[in-house]
Design a protein around this ligand. Structure first.
Ligand code: ZN
Length: 417
């Protein structure tokens, strides 16, 4: 797929230091990539509902990582998938009486335009599940061949059975999220798994290949028969193909830690040997006015709707960055108003603050971001600098534009002042 256009990123003098992020699998801060290359995979959308603030916050978190990495001199390779065939997409298309392909294409376009407006750096490889199906099918066949998967008896009316991963083939299973079995069973049921399905060797075993059903889209799977891929193996294949197994950071929202990242990592370990990724980094969940934001509650705040209402995307970006990426937080109108005011203040300070301590601001911004992408800390640095610059004697009449601060905010935070 063709990703959205990349925003220009100013080159800053000098270099940032190594970036550390919190790794879910160890519970500790880790250097996110030893270098000289940095390989990032962030799970993409299922395109059936446009970009809400929760998605935006996740992609903005990993955008900060990419920007900090680049600033520290690393060569970044970034891959992202699009789950452009899956149960929720097909269910939504049926409900709305539209073709699932058209629904997916329109939502992919909307997502891309939201990302572009938010000045998110695009992935180098943006790969749809549908285009990866031949490679995913080959991977599922390879897992069957080495005894790491099994086929259930065909359901009535089906020619072939569904294929599941056999988790007992992976002695390291559970190393990403470190959950108790009861928690894993509950989350599996809640997040798209099917622990109740009879015939599986272990209730947690995840689907690798769903045999064709009447009325469902399907593709040739060779000896698997016609069908379509499961979600976890989709990401295993797309990440490993583009980045190589053992890439640096697997990212996503915290609701993906289990089962999605656990299962993708397990498939990767079985196929290529552990670890599938060096670091598992997770962004918190975004609510609305204190409630969980969810499709079922109908309280999604969509980036596209904010844009249509005339909200400046930079204000949306800044409202998100006011919260640490790992925290769970709530979107509020007050937060957006604060961000808009902050933009006005920073722009005024940049217009006159050229005489102030710009090198120190750059160093402090770099230090904040290298420390687990501390965006709120970076905002505090800029707030303090802006107050000083605006209070300086002479003010607007004599001041020079603070180009270095403007470039730093652009390059590191993705906000043009
Ligand atoms: Zn994924």
């Amino acid at each position: 797929m063709h990703p959205w256009s990349a925003p220009a990123v100013p080159q800053l003098p000098g270099r940032g230091g190594p970036v550390r992020v919190h790794d879910t699998s160890t519970g500790e801060l880790q250097v996110a990539a030893p270098g000289p290359k940095a390989r990032l995979y962030v799970c993409g959308i299922t395109p059936y509902d446009a970009t809400h603030l929760g998605h935006a916050a996740t992609y903005l978190a990993f955008d900060l990582l990419q920007r900090a990495w680049r600033d520290s001199g690393l060569q970044v390779r970034y891959a992202q998938n699009v789950t452009d065939v899956d149960d929720p997409l097909l269910e939504r298309a049926t409900r709305d009486g539209v073709d699932w392909r058209e629904l997916a294409a329109s939502q992919v376009d909307l997502f891309a335009s939201d990302m572009e407006a938010l000045r998110v750096l695009p992935p180098d490889a943006w790969v749809g599940a549908v285009e990866a199906i031949p490679r995913i099918a080959a991977t599922v066949r390879a897992m069957l061949a080495r005894g790491a998967a099994y086929t259930l008896a065909p359901e009535e009316g089906c020619e072939h059975g569904d294929v599941y991963a056999d988790l007992s083939a992976d002695p390291g299973f559970g190393a990403v999220a470190h959950l108790a079995r009861e928690q894993m069973l509950a989350l599996s049921a809640e997040r798209g798994g099917d622990p109740q399905r009879p015939g599986k060797r272990d209730p947690l075993d995840p689907l690798l290949w769903r045999a064709a059903r009447e009325g469902e889209p399907h593709w040739d799977g060779g000896t698997l028969g016609a069908g379509r891929p499961g979600w976890h193996v989709e990401c295993t294949v797309i990440a490993a193909d583009d980045l190589g197994s053992g890439f640096d950071v697997q990212g996503g929202g915290s609701d993906l830690a289990f089962p999605h990242h656990e299962m993708s990592a397990s498939h990767g370990a079985v196929l290529y040997g552990p670890p599938f990724a060096g670091v598992y980094a997770h962004a918190g969940m975004v609510g609305l006015d204190g409630e969980k934001m969810s499709k079922s509650k109908g309280n999604l705040v969509l980036v596209s709707r904010l844009r249509a209402a005339g909200v400046e995307p930079a204000a949306v970006r800044l409202a998100v960055l006011a919260h640490h990426y790992r925290s769970d937080w709530s979107w509020t109108q007050a937060g957006l108003d604060d961000a808009a005011e902050r933009l006005v203040r920073w722009r005024a300070a940049v217009a006159v603050g050229g005489d102030s301590e710009q090198d120190a601001v750059l160093a402090d911004l770099r230090a904040r971001l290298a420390d687990d992408l501390d965006a709120p800390g970076a905002l505090a640095v800029l707030d303090a600098w802006a107050s000083t610059a605006l209070a300086a004697p002479g003010g607007a009449e004599s001041g020079q534009r603070a180009d270095l601060v403007a470039d730093a905010v652009d390059a590191l935070l993705g906000i043009a002042l």
